[in-house]
Design a protein. Structure first.
Length: 649
């Protein structure tokens, strides 16, 4: 019995959670604020409220400095105050008038309750988000400057003044009070920020619009409003407000200030979201040039610029340059932040996306999984960044031919984004599109069209008629209709997508090559082999120029040409193209990928047309073996190969 008791006690010690005694520390500060002359009661109340809140935050900040987690962060005094303003909530507990023989005034008491049970988690969260901490620091610096101005105005208010001087002083009191209130509204919006995402974007917009109404020269409020609209998917408004913020910063701070560099980055991000990648690159480079000069090559802000430039390179089709930028950013992040920081996670996922579009799905999955592990640990399972990585993983598995796994990841990401962004966000449109393509690869063409159409409907409503993302959505819907055998409908959507792609990217871009390729396949399906060859050849030439002779999509183009030449009756040329496709496909995708089965099927058709039935059967059987294993016996591709074999008997 004693042994049992000891064992039971040991198990309790190991497995049962311990609770620490949390306490609530209360800090208060009282301000006695006289008012008279040009200072109205409202202006006096606003000034006294902000003085009391700042003083009580400073008291609480002194307590925060004593905490081990803050000591480890080695924060400056201004940063501690910024931290306090970000993790603590001040409230006014009383305000009452007073009258003495010297005049009238207000007594205002502010309070901060510090719940030690949840404080450390809040501090950890804000310390991880350096950009947000910087925003709070800038906000508190602005409050300090405004309160200094209030003191100066109050001193002037004690002097005898002319009527005009009194009116001017009254206006200055009112303007300063409005700026103090606008700063408080900006901080209310910041409280809704969570690692690149507003938890309540509409409420954030409401606060920021009120802040700008009170102070139309508040650059930070304009930029934050731009971020809010970008988070909402309204990229035109995002650019408009960030541009206003930039104009104010340039006027007040000059062209080489660090805040100007940050605003350039915000504009670059907005233009990238809007699909103007040249403009995005221009602004990102401007921001990088300032920060390199002011901060040096190993600052975290420089790493952010490298990530931004890498993202633009992906959209412009320069994948090697993108990887180069991401690796530069990763080196800085790992050195400065360690292996488990959220910025490191972000760079891992970006590297994953670069390797994905470059055709290295295994490398893509490796980096995305690294990023996902950190994000799940730091942000939780329902954050939009987690959804984004799920989407990348879905794409990587789709590329590998594991369509069930792809759909699983796409659906996970979609569930999060529907909950966090809403059903009409452009990112949701994109997930519908890729989910549709996964169902197309799986052979469920009805679902493919349904999801691709959903994506296009959102895109048309939210993005405008010439957004590059719309070109992708048109192309996806075209692929869905093509898989169902509706080639005319497919061509109609491809042409719409191509028109946008040519205008936005030009005829030599990788995405234009993708649409040319799809057009070739559609015309081959219609039996128009010369037109099919023309488009497939265009796609091949661009891809060879962009990626070299062994890029994976080049295998697809060779196979497309093989199909077209088979249809045209030039079987030797068809076999030549298919053998090249097979060599690349086996090397890049592996010997049992469904796309390798497609090449075997084309080779079978070419040899059948040539009259070499033994070889035709050999290739059909190879194709069938892969299709049965990877796609299942009921997949349309598997059935089609079986029919070809049956016709040979």
């Amino acid at each position: 019995m004693k042994a049992f008791s000891v064992t039971f006690l040991f198990l309790c010690l190991v497995f049962l959670p311990f609770t620490t005694s949390a306490e609530v520390k209360t800090f208060t500060h009282t301000i006695k604020q006289p008012f008279s002359g040009s200072q109205s009661p409202d202006d006096a109340r606003i000034a006294a409220t902000q003085k009391a809140k700042r003083e009580v935050l400073e008291k609480a900040g002194t307590y925060l400095e004593s905490l081990r987690i803050v000591e480890r962060g080695r924060l400056k005094k201004d940063q501690v105050l910024a931290l306090a303003s970000g993790v603590l909530k001040t409230e006014i507990v009383s305000q009452k008038p007073y009258v003495t023989h010297e005049g009238f005034g207000l007594i205002i008491e502010a309070k901060v309750d510090v719940d030690t049970g949840v404080l450390e988690e809040k501090i950890k969260k804000l310390l991880k988000d350096k950009d947000l901490l910087n925003k709070y620091e800038e906000s508190q610096q602005r409050v300090e400057e405004l309160l200094v101005k209030v003191r100066i105005l109050e001193e002037q208010n004690l002097k005898p003044l002319s009527k005009n001087a009194k009116e001017e002083l009254q206006n200055e009191f009112r303007e300063t009070s409005q700026k103090l209130t606008s700063t408080e509204l900006n901080e209310k919006a910041l409280a809704l920020w969570n690692h690149g995402f507003f938890t309540d974007v509409n409420k954030a917009i409401e606060y920021l619009e009120q802040a700008i109404l009170l102070d139309q020269d508040y650059a930070d409020a304009y930029c934050n409003l731009g971020l809010a609209y970008q988070s909402k998917g309204d990229y035109g408004k995002a650019i408009e407000y960030c541009q206003k913020g930039l104009e104010i910063d340039l006027k007040k701070l000059g062209p080489e200030d660090l805040r100007v560099a940050r605003t350039y980055s915000l504009l670059g991000s907005a233009y990238r979201s809007k699909g103007d990648y040249d403009k995005a690159t221009e602004y990102f480079q401007k921001g990088l040039d300032i920060d390199l000069k002011k901060l040096g090559p190993e600052d975290l802000r420089v790493a952010t610029h490298y990530r931004n430039l890498g993202g633009s390179c992906i959209f412009k089709g320069d994948y090697d340059k993108a990887i180069e930028y991401f690796q530069k950013g990763l080196e800085i992040d790992l050195k400065k932040l360690g292996p488990e920081d959220l910025r490191v996670a972000r760079t891992y996922s970006l590297l994953g996306s670069a390797y994905m579009v470059k055709g290295d799905s295994d490398k893509a999955i490796e980096y995305c999984q690294k990023g996902l592990e950190i994000d799940l640990k730091k942000l939780g399972p329902e954050h939009p960044r987690v959804a984004s990585i799920y989407g990348l993983l879905g794409f990587a598995y789709q590329f590998k031919g594991d369509y069930d796994k792809a759909i699983e990841y796409y659906q996970k990401g979609l569930d999060i984004d529907l909950k966090k962004r809403g059903p009409e966000h452009p990112i949701v449109a994109n997930i519908y599109g890729v989910l549709g393509l996964a169902y197309k690869s799986k052979g469920d063409y009805g679902k493919a069209i349904k999801y691709c159409q959903k994506g296009l409907d959102i895109g048309l409503k939210k993005l405008g008629p010439e957004n590059p993302a719309l070109a992708i959505l048109y192309d996806q819907l075209g692929v869905a209709y093509q898989s169902k055998g509706d080639y005319d409908k497919a061509i109609e959507y491809y042409q719409k997508g191509l028109e946008i792609s040519l205008k936005k990217f030009g005829s030599e871009h990788a995405f234009s090559a993708g649409i040319y390729r799809h057009l070739g396949v559609a015309y081959e399906g219609k039996g128009n082999y010369d037109t099919a060859i023309k488009y497939s050849q265009k796609a091949l030439e661009i891809s060879l120029k962009k990626f070299g002779p062994e890029y994976v999509t080049i295998a697809f183009s060779y196979n497309d040409l093989g199909k077209a030449y088979t249809g045209k009756g030039d079987y030797d040329k068809a076999i030549e193209y298919c053998q090249t496709a097979l060599k690349i496909g086996q090397k890049k995708l592996g010997p049992e990928h469904p796309d390798v089965a497609s090449v075997y099927k084309t080779l079978g058709a070419a040899y059948e047309g040539k009259g070499d039935y033994d070889k035709a059967v050999q290739y059909y059987q190879k194709a069938l073996k892969i299709a049965r294993k990877r796609l299942g016996p009921n997949h349309p591709t598997t059935k089609s190969i079986q029919e070809n074999l049956n016709s040979m008997k």
